[in-house]
Every structure is written in structure tokens, then in C-alpha cells.
Design a protein around this ligand. Sequence first.
Ligand SMILES: Cc1ncc(C[n+]2csc(CCOP(=O)(O)OP(=O)(O)O)c2C)c(N)n1
Ligand SMILES: [Mg+2]
Length: 578
Amino acid sequence: MAEAAVTTAPATEAERELTDGFHLVIDALKLNGINTIYGVPGIPITDLGRMAQASGIRVLSFRHEQNAGYAAAIAGFLTKKPGICLTVSAPGFLNGLTALAHATTNCFPMIQISGSSEREIVDLQQGDYEEMDQLAIAKPLCKAAFRVLHAADIGIAFARAIRAAVSGRPGGVYLDLPAKLFGQVMDADAGRKSLVKVIDPAPAQFPAPAAVRRALDVLRAAKRPLIILGKGAAYAQADDTIKSFVEKSGAPFLPMSMAKGLLPDTHPQCAGAARSTVLKDSDVVMLIGARLNWLLSHGKGKTWGEPHSKKFIQIDIEPKEMDSNVEIAAPVVGDVGSAVSALLDGMGGNWPAPPADWIKAVTSKREENISKMAPRLMNNNSPMDYHGALGVLRTVVKERPDAILVNEGANTLDLARGIIDVYQPRKRIDVGTWGVMGIGMGYAIGAAIETGKPVLAVEGDSAFGFSGMEIETICRYNLPVCVVVFNNDGIYRGTDVNKASSDPATTVFVKGARYDRMIEAFGGVGVNATSPDELKRAVNAAMDSGKPTLINAVIDPAAGSESGRIGNLNPQSKLAKK
Ligand SMILES: Cc1ncc(C[n+]2csc(CCOP(=O)(O)OP(=O)(O)O)c2C)c(N)n1
Ligand SMILES: [Mg+2]
């Protein structure tokens, strides 16, 4: 069919209006309201980027595809529309693939569009320029993968890709576009007709009424209820419904890191500062868009107060999520918005408050932990420790609740997650399910572009290194991003010593490095901050000016701990370490 459209022309090419693969790709994106592309140019997609830019699409060129991919992934999370990452064949494709897999693992809708080399040569393995069977490699790492060979199929391919990315549980989609496709010419009118505007790309999925009743029965009978909000709840953009439900239930709630701010961390029901108490002592736990994976100790063991058992209620769009780790007493399968609104309706007018002794126990634990922490956050030590530096950033965010906080590292991540309160939904974005390093600058750029809000990126010095070159991109597009590098001279700590040779130890970096000087090379503002007071002045100035800024925050190299809060995951041997 596609061949016929291309070759059986009633008139000469000069006489009729034509279109080509380049334009059909751009038109397919625009028709579906996709206005931004994150990528790296090169053969065979350089002209596609140019033409897309000329047509009014915002095309952001990065220095490495992985960072473009992370920008696209977070764009998907923030907007519920697939973020687009555009890559060149083989190496560029592979560079983007980590981000595509990350998007899939984290349930963010994203489409990686990659150019690829000549099929005939690739399939015969004759050594083409950047030869690689990209479709086969992408398939196991994403939700769906498609290849388009004919210009007339571009419309339907994009429709499939968009639907696959955003419907059901969102995820990454790969779209393989061989070089030849772009130059294929066809009748413009037939081309227009071949495009598909996706109607209702993420249809609401209502839970069964019986499942809703069962869930409410379990919740009503709870003596010590707990609600856990995951990033699926943040993704849903059902903020008012979720807030009403949580408040009506009266139960303490625990936000996972990217669900912070759905209700403010300062909300009276927030149990963030009493995490271990609520996990251990609750009797009924309702999970809303949160999975019982490693981040929640798989729903079992000491963390959960075993041998005492609990009942779980789980809301998830993916039926297979139920019973993934432990028995789910009340599965509610549906999209978070529809499910929570059905629960809210089902609660009626006189929902009983949870027993007062439970609320009191959680509140007093929370107050106790908060007041224990308070003095540490006010120290003005130089070099700084994490608490002194984070105490400052906590105030910066409190004063600018609409700023977006990007966070990665080990100690820098774990401590910032606990210390910096978040006040609005989708204002904290971080390493996600994998605890991956490298999301920093891609997320910062994606968040600034998609929301127009100022961004504060709180980065371990190691974490920053994975995407650090993108500060040129931040300067080039003049984005309101303030990067604070927590420079403790290394991974976890800067104090390790190699006893065997003159090589530095594996976890340490150049002592006293000045990351602030990097951004000056591109015209940004660099500041070296050695005390909380200096840090405060620099961050406030950056956030107020909106100028691309990098602050080298000098942290005591001995302040951190191995792997931050997850040192227990390091394998141990009975044999002594050498
Ligand atoms: C892609 C990737 N590579 C490696 C790691 C292992 N890793 C975990 S945290 C970390 C860096 C921690 O150091 P830093 O960012 O400086 O934070 P700090 O604890 O020093 O504050 C590394 C390399 C990872 N999580 N992801
Ligand atoms: Mg470090």
C-alpha cells in the first residue's frame, strides 16, 4: 500500500504537491500536540531537527543523548504527554537507550525516535555506516518498539507509539526510522490523510465497584491506617481528588520521594518524619501509585514490623502489579484519578476518623524527630556538613514553593530527600526506581523547558559528573537553573586512601575541585561557597536572577556515609576485606 502511494503518481512530480518522510514525521508530532524534541543531531536526522525547528517545534540540542533522553523522560512525567528524544543511529541510539529503559522502569511516557542505517545492508551485516539492528536491541528495554519503512505509514506508527507510551501503565517506546524513510516522497494530500490524531490516548480506566467497596471495607476496619503515595499518584495530576481523599480518611500519609508535595510535607497528616514508625506499626496500608519494590523493602521483613502482618490495599493501573511481592487484600485496578475519586465517592458523609491513639503516636514521633533535626540544620560550619548546607536549601525552597527541585547523589540524595520540604505536586524529581546517577542536568533542562519554572538541582559531585557537560546546554538556552554541587571530593566521602599504590582510591576525586569554574567557560555564573551563609546568598541570588548558575558547595569530605542510607545493600563476605 505504501509503495503504491509512493510510485503510482497520476501527474509528474513538478505538477503536484508532494511531501516526504521528514515532513510527515514533523506533521505527525504537531498534529498530536507534541511541540518539543530533545536530542543530538547527526546522520540521518540532522535535517529533521532543522526542519522541525523551522516549523515551530522547540528542538533542544544536547551534548550527549543520555541527557536528552532524561529530559524527554521527565517531560513525560511532568506533562503526561510522551517526551521525545531524537538520536542518530547505533552509538547515539545506544546512548539514548539508558534513558528509555529508565523511563520504562519509572513508568514515564517517552518516545525515542532514532535514525538507523540501511536495512538491506544492516540485515546482511555488510558493515554499513553505524550498522546495528536497533529495533531488536530496543525491544526488551521498552514497552513497545516499531520500525517504519514507508512514508505512508509514519502517521499510523506515531499513533501507535503515542498510545503505547501513555495508555495503561506509561513507559518508553522506541521508533526506528531508517535513513531512507526521510527522503521518501509521496503525494501531499495522501500524506495528510495518512496522519492520525490520537483520540483519547490514555483512556480513563475505572475500577470495578466491588473492588472499591472491598478497599473501603478494609480501610474502615483499620486501627492504624497508613496511606503511601507513589510517583504514579503524582503523575496522575489528580491532585485535588487525592488531597480530599487523604484528608477525609484522616490517615497518616507517607510520600515516596517524587510524590512529596502532593500534599505539603508540612501537612499535619504527613508522616514523612515518622517513616519507620508508620511502616512498622500500621495495620492497614493503602498504596496509591506506589509499588512494593525495594524502595519499600518489598512490603515485608523487619521494616514492616514482621512477624505482625498487615493488610494492603493497592491502587495501580497495572493488574500484574497486584501480589507482586506480598498478598494484596484489596486490589483496586484502575487509573489513580478514577480510582481515588471512586473511593472518595464511596466514603460517604460520615467516614470515621482513625483511632486517636494512632494519630497521637505518629504525631508525637514526627514532632520528636523534627525537633531533633532542627538544630543540626542551623549550624554554620565551614567546611559545611550536609545538614548545614541542606538547612539553607530547605529555606530557599520554602520561600519558592513553585521551584522544581532536582536531586541526585548518595548522601546528597538521601539527606536532601528527608530535609528539604516540598509544598506542591511534581516539584521534586530524582533518581527514581533505579537510583540512577546522571539524571541531573537532563531533568533540570526538561523541567525548565516544560514548566517555565526556576530549577534548583542539588547534586553530589559524582552524580553531577555524569551529565556535567550539559551546563553548556543550560547556558546556551539561558535556562533558569541553579546547580548546587555538594563537593565532598568523592563518592560517598572524599577520605578513602589506596594503600597498595600511588593511584587515588576508587571513590575519591581531585581534592578541592572547583566545579563553579566550569560554568564560567560558557558565560554562566560560578560561585564557590564554603559556609551555609555564603551558600544561602549565592542560591538566593541565582534563584532571583534566573541566570544559569553553578555553586560549588564545599562539604567536609568526612561527612558522608557509605552509599548514603542504603549501605546495607552492599554485598558482604565472611572473609576479611583486603
Ligand atoms: C549510572 C550509575 N552509576 C553508578 C552508580 C553508583 N552510585 C551510586 S551513588 C553514586 C555517587 C555518590 O556520590 P555523590 O554523587 O558525590 O554523592 P555523595 O554521597 O558524595 O554526597 C554512585 C557512583 C549509580 N547509582 N548509577
Ligand atoms: Mg560526593
